[in-house]
Write a protein that binds this ligand. Sequence first.
Ligand SMILES: [Ca+2]
Ligand SMILES: [Ca+2]
Ligand SMILES: [Ca+2]
Length: 466
Amino acid sequence: MSSQPIKRLGTNFVLLLGIIFLVLFCTKQKEVPIGKNSFAIFSDLHVPGGFEWSNTAWINLSVRITDMSGTPMNALDGQPLDLLDMHGRRLQRMVVVSGKVDFSVMLDKNKDKLKIFSPVTGKMVMVSAASSKVNFQDTTRYPASYLDLPDSDGDRIPDIYDDFKWNSRKAFRECFPADGFLPEGDSVNHSGGQYLYQIYEDLWPVMGDYDLNDLVLASKLEWVKDSNNYLVSGSYIGKIWAVGAYISAPYGLGLEFFKREKESLIYLPDGSVSLASSESFTHLDERLNNGIVVFDDVFKIMDPYYNNIGGSWGVSGIPKTVPISFTFRKGSRIRNFEVLPYIFCTSNPTRQVRPFGTPPTAYADMTMFRNADDCSPLSWEWKAGRRFSSPLKNEEAFYRTAKNLPWVIDFISSDYKVPVEKTSILEAYPEFQKWAESGGTENKKWYDYPDLEKTISVPEEEAKRL
Ligand SMILES: [Ca+2]
Ligand SMILES: [Ca+2]
Ligand SMILES: [Ca+2]
């Protein structure tokens, strides 16, 4: 008899719970706009502090030669020592000086192990790519025959270890990306099909649509060192993979050269780098101490003209390749260098966009910082000899938003399919969001998994051709 009101109360309670649940559920849905057919907006991404928006990193490895008891020894002085990847490909060759070698290479972050190898004694040790100091124990010492090996150019590097056995100014060749390098290969394109891709959003200081296709640049570098581990010369190959800019268009591209010492970049004295050969439109940037303008107007150098907005792809979309050769001033004693790009408005070259954490060039318009979505520092000092850690992070980073979002992202790959115009990279590359929000620890190869309906293929045969 009395069970009826209780039952009604129970029904109402269940109904109430249901409504509360529904309200909560709907609110939750609103907060997180990621569902089956919707995508996060780039500006909503939450990335951890310190994230650099890159899948490349410098590995700085100090190697000390010791005997079996760990006592430092100089027995390998003057001999080459190699840093190899796990496939045995040579990443760097250095001459041992005072029982030590400091390897420094920029690599894909996916590499976790490397090898140190003496091509003279055959001794090899495996090291973690995260190491900064290791001992290389080698008791084999000089094979008695080492000093008797033929050395045709007299640079103290025997012919069999000399990449330039007839040139006493040159000893070793290196390249970046280094993934395809085989020591015995002497082809110019020895880094194989791997490129560093830099993908630009050009609306800075405003956040754009994040299709990141306003400029897609694929590049590689090669350089030569002498028998004292000093840089002699190098070459750069840039490919204009895609052009989609219209706000800042037309624009130009420049490269700024720095000396690198472990985690630091150092401004070089004026004239440390010179152009050796290039296309007629490439020239030294007079406004910088060590800058090269690759081109001043992207549309003037592309023949036929192409872009992502209405321009046809296929035959007319073949990436334009720009090769540049440069030399380091004799006696400048640079062991390591880095090249950082900048794009600039052709009509106003002081308006520039650079990769996340890169300081502005000496002639960038500093009043542009902290406008719209930009949250960069407001000042910087350019002075030969000035040293700074690179990339700059967190509050020190230039070309970032308040939430540490970038205008440029880079990665190493052998191909890249370009997001269709106005399609966010979050849609074009479904693995991107997790990569970004995990600070680059998950989905490390997001660029290998495009949505084929939301990306454009750059003709592969042409892309691989140099
Ligand atoms: Ca030699
Ligand atoms: Ca030589
Ligand atoms: Ca865009």
